[in-house]
Design a protein around this ligand. Structure first.
Ligand SMILES: [Zn+2]
Length: 252
C-alpha cells in the first residue's frame, strides 16, 4: 500500500444511527486505527425505532442496538463510543445538538471529523436518504465549523474544562463529489465483521454481498478491489495545522 497514506493522530465519526459508521467509513477507520490513530464514535441516536418486532419497545431496542454498536466498535479497536440519546427518526440539527457535538469535539480534540453528506436527498433511483442522516451531517458540519474553534461561542463549556478546538479536515461520505478513494482491501473483512455485529438489522438477510458490490464500485478503475470514498474538506493547511496542533494539545 501507499507509504504516503495519510493517517491522522485522532478522528471522530459523527453519525445518526448505530450501523451508519460500518456502512460508510469503518474500513478507513480500521486502517487508521492500525496506524495508531485514536478514534471516537459519536452516535446521535441509539436507533431506537429501528427494530420492527412485535412487542419491541424503544428502550429495549436502544439497549440492543447500543450493545451491537459496542461490539462493532470493539472489533475495530476504537477508543470510545458516545451515545447522545437523541430520538431516532426525529433527529433535528438543533442548536442544542450542535452544542452537544461541540462539547465532544472540544473534549476529544479530533484532527479529522467524518460524517455524511447533508445535501444528499436521493441517493439513487430506489432510495431516499434518511432525514436523520441529513440532520446528523448538518449538525456535525455546523459543530466543526466554525463553532468548535470559536472561543467565545459556547464559552460556558470552559467550566467543564473544554476550550476551542479547530479540526484539520472533514471527511464526508456519500455520493456527491467524492474524490478521495481509500483502498480498504486489507480491512474489508473487518468492515464486514463489524457490520454483521448489527444483528438486529440483518434478521433474514446478510449485507455482505451488497456491501462488497458497493465497495467494488467505489474501487473501479483505481487499481484496488474495494474502496470507501469521501469528499475531503481541508480547513487547516499543513502549516497552520503544525502551529495549531501544538497549541491545542498543550491545553489538554
Ligand atoms: Zn442510518
Amino acid at each position: 500500500m501507499d507509504s504516503e497514506f495519510y493517517i491522522p493522530e485522532s478522528a471522530m465519526a459523527i453519525v445518526a444511527h448505530p450501523d451508519d459508521i460500518e456502512f460508510s467509513c469503518v474500513g478507513t477507520l480500521a486502517r487508521w486505527v492500525k496506524g495508531g490513530c485514536r478514534v471516537s464514535y459519536v452516535l446521535c441516536t441509539s436507533g431506537d425505532v429501528g427494530i420492527a418486532e412485535p412487542g419491541m419497545t424503544r428502550q429495549n431496542a436502544a439497549e440492543i442496538r447500543e450493545a451491537e454498536a459496542r461490539s462493532a466498535a470493539e472489533i475495530v479497536g476504537v477508543q470510545e463510543i458516545i451515545f447522545l440519546l437523541e430520538p431516532d427518526g426525529l433527529l433535528q440539527p438543533t442548536l442544542e445538538l450542535r452544542k452537544k457535538l461541540v462539547r465532544e469535539i472540544r473534549r476529544f480534540k479530533p484532527e479529522v471529523v467524518l460524517t455524511g453528506d447533508p445535501t444528499v436527498v436521493f441517493s439513487n433511483a430506489t432510495y431516499i436518504n434518511h432525514p436523520d442522516h441529513r440532520a446528523a451531517a448538518t449538525a456535525a458540519l455546523d459543530a466543526v465549523f466554525p463553532a468548535s474553534g470559536q472561543p467565545n461561542l459556547f464559552q460556558e463549556l470552559e467550566t467543564e474544562g473544554l476550550f476551542a478546538h479547530k479540526v484539520r479536515k472533514v471527511y464526508i461520505s456519500g455520493q456527491n463529489q467524492s474524490e478521495m478513494v481509500i483502498n480498504i482491501d486489507d480491512t474489508i473483512d473487518t468492515k464486514l465483521a463489524a457490520l454483521r455485529m448489527h444483528k438486529s438489522q440483518f434478521i433474514d438477510w446478510d449485507p455482505g454481498d451488497r456491501v462488497l458490490e458497493w465497495m467494488a464500485e467505489n474501487a473501479a478503475g483505481h487499481n484496488m478491489k474495494y474502496a470507501e470514498v469521501f469528499r475531503v474538506i481541508t480547513l487547516e493547511t499543513d502549516e497552520t495545522w503544525e502551529r495549531l496542533r501544538h497549541a491545542q494539545n498543550s491545553s489538554i
